[in-house]
Design a protein around this ligand. Structure first.
Ligand code: OGA
Ligand code: MN
Length: 302
């Protein structure tokens, strides 16, 4: 446990990744020093929860903006069979991640986090950070469900053999929102499979390095993910498939794992270069889960 100059308590929650900040009130003006403490904690632990934040959408957006430019999610332009991913009219940068229905339609993305992924890695300029605010969490008989799992992909890189590290050097891969869309349509039936014309409206595949150097910490991180990466370029398809499967299995190992168990009013922030994440769909759909999310644009990947 550590108490900062601004009076926040910081507790580590995982072995390397994962920490909580207690004693902050994000509705009030944060001094530059207090914000710096939060930012330092974020880069040090990669997954950081600020507890007990009863925020409006506007307050979530305003706090998120302190970290950089917010992104407008592509889901605002796409519809599913029974959901119209509503971007709130006044706060375009926030979306719902939720299984809750309003007027017979899902009011948010119901299938976010089905596969291991890094947010918006399908964009040319991905998200450096995601902020997810827990407004309602699924609970039954005193047990909370719907945890979010994280994989420390810097540790996963470090644990690769020297031969594998050499093999990955300089490789680039395609990260595809279109591929993810069709895969989810096949796997869960909650989305309509799209035709060529509709697919063309979605972002083009983004080519990113298989291994990224973290822009702040300098750590090397594996940057391909099961959710979006469908092809390593410059090698035959079967070799790419084989290498991707091997790396996905490696990153998903328990030893790199941290699991966030949600409490109401948690504001969870994660670093999309240092970790990947996956949602636990372990609760009855009748239990409500309502989250609001902002993503912060990173720098162009060089
Ligand atoms: C996300 C996401 C996982 C979850 O919001 O980007 O993947 O547990 N969420 O809701
Ligand atoms: Mn996500």
């Amino acid at each position: 446990m550590l108490t900062t100059d601004s009076g926040f308590t910081i507790n580590t929650l995982g072995a390397k990744v994962g920490a909580e900040i207690i004693g902050a009130d994000l509705r009030k003006h944060l001094s530059a020093a207090a914000f710096a403490e939060i930012e330092d904690t974020f880069y040090r632990y990669s997954v950081v929860v600020i507890r007990d934040q009863e925020l409006t959408t506007k307050e979530l957006v305003e706090f998120s903006r302190l970290f950089g430019t917010l992104q407008i999610n592509v889901r605002s332009k796409t519809k599913t069979k029974d959901a119209d991913i509503r971007i709130m009219p006044d706060e375009q940068e926030a979306i719902y991640i939720s299984n809750v229905k309003k007027d017979g339609k899902f009011m948010g993305s119901t299938d976010a986090g089905r596969y291991w992924h890094s947010d918006l890695c399908y964009e040319q300029i991905p998200s450096k950070m995601t902020l997810l605010h827990a407004i309602e969490i699924p609970e039954k008989n005193g047990v909370v469900y719907g945890a979010t799992k994280f994989a420390d992909v810097a540790a996963a890189y470090d644990a690769l053999s020297r031969t594998m590290k050499n093999r990955l050097e300089g490789l680039v891969a395609a990260n595809s929102f279109r591929h993810m869309w069709q895969r989810k349509a096949d796997d869960f039936g909650t989305r309509m499979k799209l035709g060529d014309e509709e697919l063309a409206k979605l972002p083009e595949d983004a080519i990113h390095p298989v291994v990224r150097v973290h822009p702040v910490t300098g750590q090397k991180c594996i940057y391909i993910c099961d959710g979006y990466t469908n092809r390593i370029l410059g090698m035959p398809e079967d070799e790419s498939d084989q290498l991707l499967s091997e790396l996905f299995a490696h990153m998903a190992k328990r030893e790199f794992r941290y699991q966030h168990e949600w409490s109401l009013n948690d504001l969870l922030m994660w670093d999309n270069c240092a970790v990947q994440h996956k949602a636990n769909f372990d609760y009855d759909p009748s239990l409500r889960r309502l989250m609001q999310r902002c993503t912060v644009m990173g720098d162009a990947i060089t």
